[in-house]
Design a protein around this ligand. Structure first.
Ligand code: IMP
Ligand code: MG
Length: 178
């Protein structure tokens, strides 16, 4: 692995794909145990979570379903970034055991807002699995149920995480060079 350059910023290797896969295995094991006989509905939050959700889903050894939602943000018109429309969130939530799968929880605005919207659809239960978590950036009372890696407040890319739409295809995760 070597350095990558996007938008004039240099990124250095941070978490190798093999380490990601080990954590995904562990999380899949925990979910499989906890949701045995529950047939959970995995809800992948597009775009960033798709590699994590795919790898996680493949490793579940219980019956489970998967669906996809997308958040439309209005960053130009909202100071907080909280005003978001959820595309694809349907009636299939009611009475189900929902596991929201996110790539990263940063301030927590996105996930807290989404959890509220999903709760309004009356699921039987709701849990959050996030590959990455920046505890120092969190601005809400919120604890993800499953965390791949807790990381410092630094910008990262790869394995689904983007910089202006690019770098999602990198198998490894990179961090911006200080
Ligand atoms: P929030 O601040 O927790 O609402 O995070 C919102 C979104 O910001 C995430 O879903 C990501 O799309 C993006 N994000 C936060 N931190 C990073 C990062 O380090 N790299 C790339 N995207 C990030
Ligand atoms: Mg995201």
């Amino acid at each position: 692995m070597k350095q990558k350059v996007y938008q004039g910023m240099t990124f250095v290797p941070y978490i190798e794909n093999s380490a990601i896969m080990e954590r995904v295995d562990e999380i899949a094991g925990k979910i499989s145990e906890r949701y045995k006989d529950r047939k959970p509905l995995i809800v992948c939050v597009l775009n960033g979570a798709f590699p994590f959700a795919a790898d996680l889903f493949r490793r579940l050894d219980i019956d489970a379903e998967i669906t996809f939602i997308r958040l439309k943000s209005y960053e130009g018109t909202s100071s907080t970034g909280v005003v978001r429309e959820v595309l694809g969130l349907g009636a299939d939530i009611k009475g189900r055991d929902i596991i929201l799968v996110e790539d990263i929880v940063d301030t927590g605005h996105t996930i807290v807002n989404l959890v509220d919207k999903v709760k309004a659809l009356e699921p039987a239960s709701i849990a959050v699995a996030t590959l990455l978590f920046k505890p120092e950036a969190l601005q809400h009372e919120f604890t993800p149920d499953y965390v791949g890696f807790s990381i410092p407040k630094k910008f990262i890319i790869g394995y689904g995480l983007d910089i202006d739409g690019l770098a999602r295809n990198l198998p490894d995760i990179y961090v911006v060079k200080e």
